[in-house]
Design a protein around this ligand. Structure first.
Ligand SMILES: Nc1ncnc2c1ncn2[C@@H]1O[C@H](COP(=O)(O)OP(=O)(O)OP(=O)(O)O)[C@@H](O)[C@H]1O
Length: 581
């Protein structure tokens, strides 16, 4: 963990050094005061050297003036250092999480991850700034003060060392306990954050089903758990603070008694007795600084531990060291004996072998849950297969750079995801550096042009969170525009036109047909009207067994395809008869 922490200080060596030097200088200057008092009481007062006393006082004023400046540097630059480190950690964690596979996100709630990136790292800046500095300053102040004390009276110094040692041991233990409590507390915050995220994202369902009371009750239980955990922390903190308070107050009393006895018996001078009391007071400062660790830093330390643990999780889908680029593929895809399951023991595909020729348009048909989307999702390596191999243009996809592989595949899924920005920003997802001309061309191809020019802000129209201000059809057309812009040789259209009305659907189909020319297209469609363009139909059955052929060939058999087709035809006839169409 220390190695990881040091790595984050490296880019700010200079800032860290300035901060540390200032902190050490402040500590050294603080030590001047008891020395000066001892000198005044022992040497100057008995001889009535007023001028010297004034000089020393002026020097002290100058020293405190310097310290004021140094404190300001520490407060500003030190805080900046903490902020930079917190910022780097947050960005690194974000980048790391971006590399995680779909599987990781399937198993971790979005709200929890948001809390990990925001809340867990929140106090790290404070620790990054103050912890090393205070450790060094407090440690060196402690050692220096004890050495000075030793030179005055070994017995008194030992008394102090024993007490301070005990106090620090108690505090170290408390810090460990508090770090554990903080980590569990973060767990509660993540739970809360996940619930909030889910509730607000699903507020339409909550309100439509009038289940506000139930959701409120669930949330209250979560907040109660959070409060209980906090109370656990408060209790430990109160005990730790109590012990620290008592010991720090006890120390001067012990020194007055023991030091007074030594002074009365002539073992130390009055000046030494005085300066010992002042040194004890001075010693309490680093002691308090170190005991503050238990109060101030557990959350930051816990956050860093969580960070390190998350960073240790290797993305389960990543580039091999010798991965190659996929150069201008035409789009032949071959599945060889592929096995796949999302969860252990629940096989979705078994020994699937399949060839999709370059430029071919293949439609996947099958019962819901049979594995159509899964097959398509394996080609861009959104999930990793457990057996067999998938090849594009003869290259195993596991040997191709992920970025290069995904650049050549365009996916329009049934759940369209749009970002809360402008229309333009959302289309540009397909190609960030697209020219204005390319942008408008893609909009036209996706039949979105008229809608955009009707908007007062045109391309710059804000579409709300997840495109909430758009209709279902508009959202889908926008996502199709992205694909036109990306212009990949392999297309996966997962119910791409399901949210469009008949007229729009026809137009988009025309465009998609145009786009599919010379490209490999995988079409997942439930409506038989949308698969007539396919040169081949692949019927997927649970377990990944497949039948293939043209519509006519498949209708001759007595398989699922025929059943599904007839079911849909019957439903359409019934709709027509009941006047729905
Ligand atoms: N992320 C996931 N984690 C676990 N199981 C999943 C996941 N996605 C799908 N499944 C399961 O895998 C199986 C195949 O799902 P898939 O989405 O591929 O079916 P589909 O044929 O595309 O269905 P539909 O036509 O309804 O979209 C289903 O049993 C489904 O429950």
């Amino acid at each position: 963990m220390l190695k990881q922490a040091i790595k984050y200080y490296k880019p700010y060596k200079f800032l860290f050094l300035i901060d540390l030097l200032c902190a050490v200088a402040v500590a050294v200057i603080e030590l001047l005061f008891p020395y000066a008092i001892s000198h005044i009481v022992d040497d100057l007062l008995p001889l009535g050297k007023w001028d010297e006393m004034v000089k020393i006082s002026l020097l002290l004023v100058l020293a405190y003036f310097i310290n004021t400046f140094l404190y300001m540097v520490i407060d500003y630059w030190g805080e900046k250092l903490g902020m930079y480190i917190e910022n780097d950690l947050r960005n690194d964690l974000f980048t790391h999480l971006q590399k995680m596979s779909y599987q990781f996100f399937d198993n971790n709630k979005t709200g929890q991850l948001i809390a990990k990136v925001t809340n867990d790292l929140h106090q790290i800046g404070t620790v990054a700034h103050y912890a090393p500095e205070q450790f060094l300053v407090a440690g060196s102040m402690l050692v220096t003060t004890v050495i000075i004390m030793m030179s005055i009276s070994k017995m008194l110094a030992c008394l102090i060392v024993i007490n301070v040692g005990l106090l620090l041991a108690v505090n170290i233990n408390f810090t460990k306990v508090m770090v554990n409590i903080s980590r569990r507390l973060f767990g509660n915050v993540e739970e809360m954050s996940a619930e909030l995220e889910e509730n607000f994202a699903g507020i339409r369902v909550v309100q439509a089903y009038c289940c506000e009371a139930h959701q409120r009750e669930t949330f209250q239980k979560t907040t109660e758990r959070y409060c209980k955990r906090q109370q656990e922390g408060f209790l430990r903190m109160a005990a730790c603070n109590g012990i620290t308070y008592f010991v720090t107050k006890l120390l001067p009393v012990l020194i007055i008694l023991a030091g007074g006895w030594l002074a009365l018996h002539g073992r130390i001078s009055e000046g030494q007795f005085f300066s010992f009391i002042l040194l004890t007071n001075l010693l309490l400062k680093p002691v308090e600084m170190l005991s503050n660790f238990a109060a101030r830093y557990p959350k930051g330390i816990a956050g860093f531990q969580n960070f390190v643990e998350l960073m240790k999780i290797e993305p389960d889908i990543k580039d091999r060291e010798d991965a190659v680029e996929l150069e201008q593929p035409k789009g032949e895809i071959v599945f060889k004996d592929v096995n796949f399951s999302y969860e252990e023991g629940k096989t979705v595909l078994e020994n699937l072998s399949l060839t999709i020729r370059e430029g071919e348009t293949v439609a996947f048909v099958g019962n819901s849950g049979s594995g159509k989307s899964t097959i398509c999702g394996l080609i861009p390596r959104f999930y990793e297969i457990s057996k067999g191999s998938i090849h594009i243009e003869g290259k195993n996809i596991q040997d191709i750079r992920l970025k290069s592989l995904r650049q050549h595949i365009g996916v329009v899924a049934q759940d369209v995801f749009l970002f809360s920005g402008t229309i333009e920003e959302n289309i540009r997802v397909g190609k960030q550096d697209a020219s204005e001309e390319e942008l408008w061309k893609a909009a036209k191809q996706a039949n979105l042009y008229d809608f955009i020019i009707e908007q007062p802000k045109g391309m710059k129209t804000m579409i709300g969170e997840r495109g909430i201000k758009l209709s279902g059809g508009q959202k889908q057309r926008l996502s199709i525009a992205r694909m036109f812009l990306k212009n990949p040789p392999i297309l996966i259209l997962d119910e791409a036109t399901s949210a469009l009305d008949a007229e729009n659907e026809m137009e988009i189909h025309r465009s998609l047909r145009e786009l599919s020319k010379g490209r490999t297209t995988l079409l997942i469609a439930h409506r038989f009207s949308t698969i007539k363009d396919a040169s081949r139909i692949i019927v997927v059955e649970p377990g990944g067994t497949i039948q293939e052929g043209t519509h006519e060939e498949l209708m001759k058999g007595n398989g699922i395809y025929k059943k599904l087709y007839e079911l849909q035809q019957n439903a359409l006839t019934n709709d027509r008869l009941s006047g729905k169409e």
